[in-house]
Design a protein around this ligand. Structure first.
Ligand code: PLP
Length: 370
């Protein structure tokens, strides 16, 4: 059977081997943690252990509460609709490079203002107005890997405007960057399980404990009344296992990804001198390369590479079967042609040097370079 290799880790990290093993060992038939009997309490204990593991990976303080959700999309929506319900007139400030789960939710609020790609604390502060009552900025961009200076931005905004609710989508930062999230003056932080090798369909919103609960999904009192519905016990369990593995091996994993990315980019520059790596001059995630290849249709390249056994991504959103150019690259000021000729390669730490060589050879073969 042909080996298939994931170079699209920012879409979904391959399930960690530790997670697969722990699923095989998972020995719980009764999955309602709200039940008072022993079986229910076992499920509850599993959830609390996972909460502890995730809090440890994120270095959360006692004032930061983890609310498990169905994924980061729900967590982003929860933060936005929470802020909207708290405000008389909702005036959010966000960025044009956010994930669709932020941008689409904000479309409900026509008064939203979007920052274009200058994300220094000074620029953000200059765009905060008297009306602004919510700021949502991602920690690191999923397409180019660009890392925003969120810690400085939030500190500056909180100091001058303590009443503004601050939210960051930290999905791509979790694990790939060692962040002390207790030092971030955020009211809400979004993370997702499948980006670190847990099951998909599980995420979390970290909420500042000072905030009164106001759920997006109403019903039972689960998740300290922040999110009704019987918890996804197996998903949460895998998130906890993955968080523990990342906490123990974070530095080693980050270094491995960085070496892979840098070797890959060197090889790409050699084989395709006209290629441009997006955001190469900025602080970037250690695992992400967004590459403009002039004259190439990214969607065709993705299909050709898929047939050769490599998963890469065009970074473009697909709506009703019609690929759209990446909103992130357009927001950065690039043309549609540029966006449609850009591919994203995002590495996972378990990739070997010979798998990387195969990827480079595959790209050279498909693109006709020697
Ligand atoms: N935010 C970012 C930055 C992402 O990359 C993703 C996933 O692609 C999401 C949010 C949505 O995550 P989930 O699949 O858990 O809803």
């Amino acid at each position: 059977m042909k080996v298939y290799k994931n170079f699209d880790a920012n879409a979904s990290h391959t399930l960690l081997s530790e997670v697969k093993e722990s699923i095989a060992k998972f020995n719980l038939d009764f999955l309602n943690p709200s039940a008072v009997h022993q079986s229910g309490q076992k499920a509850k204990a599993i959830i609390e252990e996972a909460r502890y593991n995730l809090a440890s990976l994120m270095q959360l303080s006692a004032k930061q509460r983890i609310v498990f959700t169905s994924g980061a999309s729900e967590a982003n929506n929860q933060a936005i609709f929470y802020a909207a319900k708290q405000s008389g007139e909702f005036s959010p400030l966000s960025s044009a490079i956010e994930h669709p789960s932020v941008l689409e939710a904000l479309k409900n609020f026509p008064g939203t203002k979007y920052l274009l790609p200058d994300y220094t604390a000074e620029h953000v502060l200059a765009n905060v107005s008297e009306q602004t009552n919510f700021l949502s900025l991602m920690f690191a961009n999923n397409e180019t890997g660009y890392i925003l200076p969120i810690t400085e931005i939030f500190a500056a905004v909180k100091q001058k405007h303590p009443e503004i609710l601050l939210h960051t989508d930290a999905v791509q930062a979790l694990g790939k960057l060692s962040v002390d999230f207790s030092g971030l003056q955020a009211d809400f932080i979004t993370v997702s399980g499948h980006k670190i090798g847990a099951l998909s369909g599980i995420g979390a919103l970290v909420v500042n404990d000072d905030l009164a609960h106001q759920p997006l999904i109403y019903g039972g009192p689960q998740e300290q009344r922040w999110r009704a519905g019987t918890e996804n016990v197996l998903g949460i369990y895998t998130f906890g296992v993955a968080a523990k593995v990342w906490q123990q091996k974070q530095a080693e994993k980050q270094q491995k990804m960085l070496v892979l990315r840098d070797n890959f980019e060197k090889a790409i520059h050699q084989a395709f001198p006209e290629a441009i790596i997006n955001h190469q001059d900025k602080k970037r995630l250690p695992n992400t390369s967004s590459i403009y290849l002039p004259g190439i249709l990214a969607d065709d390249l993705v299909v050709a590479m898929d047939l050769k056994g490599f998963a890469i991504s065009s970074g473009a959103a697909c709506s009703s079967g019609k690929p759209l150019p990446s909103h992130v690259l357009l927001a950065m000021g690039h043309s549609e042609e540029y966006a449609k000729s850009t591919v994203r390669v995002s590495f996972e730490e378990n990739t070997t040097a010979s798998e990387l060589d195969s990827l480079i050879n595959g790209l050279c073969y498909v693109l006709g370079s020697s």
